[in-house]
Design a protein around this ligand. Structure first.
Ligand SMILES: Nc1ncnc2c1ncn2[C@@H]1O[C@H](COP(=O)(O)OP(=O)(O)O)[C@@H](O)[C@H]1O
Ligand SMILES: O=C(O)C1=C[C@@H](OP(=O)(O)O)[C@@H](O)[C@H](O)C1
Ligand SMILES: [Mg+2]
Length: 415
């Protein structure tokens, strides 16, 4: 069976692992130029395909039968080839609706706002109306009635639910965000269709303010489940969506280790990565590679400020990637931005070891005496606590600490 995804740039698509967890076929990523795209649909040498940006509308001319769901939003994302005849539907609508409902975001009677005017925006508009929204505002860069502009948006204080249907905040520009939620006193929930990073800046903002925040991975998995049902003319239980979302998150999520210098982060990180099959990254080692000198040399020649700057750059680059165990340097928490970035794709573990057991001197320019370490612990402890999800004691043997890190990580996803 020849199945896959047709689109423009597909480099970072998660669809292959998702489909292969849902069904028995091999799912190919098929990036096509416009010319190749037309060739592909004239030849029809496939059994079933999904279609993504920028071809969801263009592909309609090749479809023989387009169902109501796809006609209503004028976009097709799922096609089956039966004896040379192409049958088309759209599963984005069902995927988004499923994600909103399953995460308890109230739409009925609410004033909603969609950021963006492209294909996903149209899908979101249809879903919100279907779910009984009181009012749906749409925001775009080019203001043409009824689209409102980003400049005017803050006048609409009554907005309760925001849906981001743009790609702003998506990998690799993880720190972009279109709105300041503080300006909307009635905001209750944010739904972001982006799934990479696992937590967008917009969702981080929402969480900080105690609002409900939902990122797009569940929509991606749900629309894939509905696509497989259409491809294979079968029914798959909804609980499969939860299972696959949890599996994907567990595969993609980073484990981030923070704590005092010498508390065991590098050793525990390396051992944990090996045991759970993730890539190990020691930020201090990355900094040394970047600077082409050792950490004591950086401090000696350029001082701590320069070190922190390189640390910040390296941290921003590594924090965007997935499936890693990242051991940080003890001072990573001195910069709030570092932690915000690491938290977009990571669960943060605070490794604790008695200050009297921490190494003094050696390759740690700031660990000059026991007294210095005690003072540093006093200053930093509130930050280690603020930025961590799970605390791990490392006062006995490494083996136990590694075990606790693994258990803590499992628990996040097994509930
Ligand atoms: N549980 C432990 N048992 C024995 N030695 C430990 C333990 N935890 C840390 N150490 C020692 O402390 C030092 C620092 O460990 P390291 O993994 O480099 O910490 P960090 O990366 O947090 O600075 C090493 O010499 C290591 O052997
Ligand atoms: O605590 C700190 O400020 C530092 C800790 C070190 O890493 P470890 O925590 O791995 O020793 C290293 O990044 C640098 O010497 C600064
Ligand atoms: Mg270390």
């Amino acid at each position: 069976m020849r199945v896959g995804l047709v689109g423009g740039k597909l480099g970072h698509s998660f669809s292959k692992p998702i489909h292969e967890k849902l069904a028995d076929y091999t799912y190919d990523l098929i990036p096509l130029t416009e010319e190749e795209f037309h060739e592909f649909f004239k030849k029809k040498e496939f059994d079933a395909v999904n279609v993504t940006i920028p071809y969801k509308e263009t592909v309609m001319q090749y479809c023989d039968v387009i169902d109501e769901k796809a006609s209503a939003i004028h976009a097709v994302n799922t096609i089956v080839n039966r004896d040379g005849k192409l049958y088309a539907t759209n599963t984005d609508f069902a995927g988004l609706k499923q994600m909103i409902q399953h995460n308890g975001v109230e739409i009925c009677g609410k004033v909603c706002c969609i950021l963006g005017t492209g294909g996903t925006s149209k899908t979101a508009e249809a879903v919100l109306h279907d779910m009984g929204a009181e009012k749906v505002y749409i925001v775009g860069r080019n203001q043409t009635d009824p689209i409102i502009s980003y400049e005017d948006l803050e006048k609409y204080q009554e907005i309760q639910v925001f849906i981001n249907a743009t790609s702003v905040g998506m990998y690799p520009k993880n720190d972009e965000c279109l709105i300041n939620l503080k300006k909307f006193p009635n905001a209750e929930a944010v739904v972001d269709v982006i799934y990479n990073p696992m937590k967008t800046k917009l969702c981080q903002q929402a969480e900080e303010q105690g609002l409900r925040a939902v990122n797009g991975l569940e929509m991606l998995v749900a629309q894939a489940k509905y696509a497989v049902e259409f491809f294979l003319d079968t029914k798959i239980a909804d609980r499969e969506i939860d299972r696959i979302v949890a599996e994907m998150k567990k595969d993609m999520m980073n484990l981030v280790l923070i704590g005092m210098p010498g508390c065991g982060k590098s050793t525990i990180g390396k051992k944990t990565a090996k045991e759970i099959g993730k890539t190990f990254v020691d930020l201090d080692k990355e900094i040394e590679k970047e600077a082409k000198m050792t950490i004591p040399e950086i401090f000696e020649r350029y001082g701590e400020r320069r070190f922190r700057k390189i640390e910040q750059e390296v941290c921003a680059r590594i924090a965007k990637e997935h499936g890693q165990v990242i051991s940080c340097g003890g001072g990573i928490i001195k910069n709030a931005e570092n932690m915000e970035k690491l938290r977009q794709n990571g669960i943060v573990f605070h490794i604790r070891r008695n200050v009297n057991a921490l190494a003094v001197g050696g390759n740690r320019p700031l660990s000059t005496s026991r007294e210095k370490l005690r003072q540093m612990e006093q200053e930093r402890m509130p930050l280690y606590q603020k930025y961590s999800d799970i605390e791990i004691n490392n006062d006995t043997v490494f083996k136990l600490a590694v075990q606790k890190v693994k258990e803590g990580f499992d628990e996040v996803f097994d509930h």
